[in-house]
Design a protein around this ligand. Structure first.
Ligand SMILES: [Zn+2]
Length: 77
């Protein structure tokens, strides 16, 4: 009986961990391809930055977006 409860708890913990991990992966979009040009200013995005995955803006524009979100009290995405 106690072992069943422990097994159920372990199973639930595993499901929760997988769900949280998948949410983080979706949130950070690292699995998506990057753009070669910034979607805001059309500047080239360096290959090293593109390699991060899911990159859509140059460093300067991404910084501007993050700063604007912080000023509005929004999370950084
Ligand atoms: Zn840009």
């Amino acid at each position: 009986m106690a072992a069943d409860i422990v097994d159920q708890a372990n199973s639930l913990a595993s499901i929760l961990n997988d769900t949280a991990l998948n949410a983080q992966i979706r949130k950070h979009r690292f699995h998506l391809p990057s753009l070669s040009k910034c979607k805001d200013c059309d500047d080239d995005i360096p290959k090293a930055r593109q390699a991060l995955g899911g990159v859509t803006r140059c460093v300067e524009c991404e910084g501007d977006v993050l700063q604007a979100r912080r000023q509005k009290g929004l999370p950084s995405e």
